[in-house]
Design a protein. Structure first.
Length: 235
């Protein structure tokens, strides 16, 4: 499962390069037209506590002909309520939500498969991305989360996100082997070879990949990535 990412800031698609189209609706539609089976929407303004794009995200979800995963700063009752009301198929709790594990457990139990838990990792610890806040050793956090019944984990390599430095395959394997749920890998994917390596982890539970910078910078096309994911490329 490949999830092209669409980061929204100030009502525009923030990842586009040069003078490329930055209307979020047109960008999302382009990913779907190119074969996307999911879209990963991120409200960067909410994530960085500088505003929100809730109405726009609800419009994008309503217009999408494929499932949408919504993310970005969802770590309390208010942000969760807004995200769920968007109609998104799945809501990804921010890593910062893990400061209140009891709340995360309650949310997972109430909303089931509509909830994914974001786990941002740096140097073996779960962190709040973009800050120095540490939320605990990775294995301790995973053991705690596994008891909640969470079915989807969006695991981000915080040291490589958006860097095009290559995916840390060992990290995603490590997480998948320790939880009873699906892992969606995020961060660092720079080439089709990265995708090929991640596809070898399907059997241990890595079921999807969020694609961002590599697509926007032209490292490969979504069509090429889909061929890899479906096992149809020649390499």
């Amino acid at each position: 499962m490949l999830l092209p990412a669409l980061d929204i800031a100030g009502g525009r698609a923030s990842q586009v390069v040069g003078d490329a189209e930055d209307d979020p609706g047109l960008v999302a539609a382009a990913w779907v037209a190119a074969g996307a089976e999911w879209v990963h929407l991120v409200d960067l303004d909410r994530a960085f506590r500088r505003g929100e794009n809730a109405a726009l995200i609800a419009e994008l979800v309503a217009a999408a002909s494929v499932p949408v995963q919504v993310s970005g700063g969802i770590d309390d009752e208010d942000s969760l309520r807004v995200a769920l009301a968007s109609g998104a198929t799945r809501v990804n709790l921010a890593s910062t939500a893990l400061r209140d594990r009891e709340w995360v457990r309650a949310v997972v139990r109430e909303h089931g498969e509509r909830i994914a838990v974001g786990v941002d990792v740096r140097a073996g610890e779960v962190v709040a991305r973009g800050t120095e806040v540490r939320l605990g050793p990775l294995d301790d956090v995973l053991a705690d989360l596994d008891r909640t019944g969470c079915r989807t984990y969006v695991v981000a390599d915080a040291s490589r996100d958006g860097s095009l430095h290559g995916a840390d395959v060992d990290l995603f394997r490590h997480v998948a082997e320790r939880v009873d749920g699906d892992v969606i890998a995020s961060g660092g994917v720079a080439s089709l070879d990265d995708l090929r390596r991640l596809c070898t982890l399907t059997e241990v539970g890595v079921r999807g990949v969020v694609l961002g910078a590599a697509l926007y910078h032209g490292a490969f096309t979504l069509a090429e990535a889909l061929e890899v994911a479906r096992g149809r490329d020649d390499d």
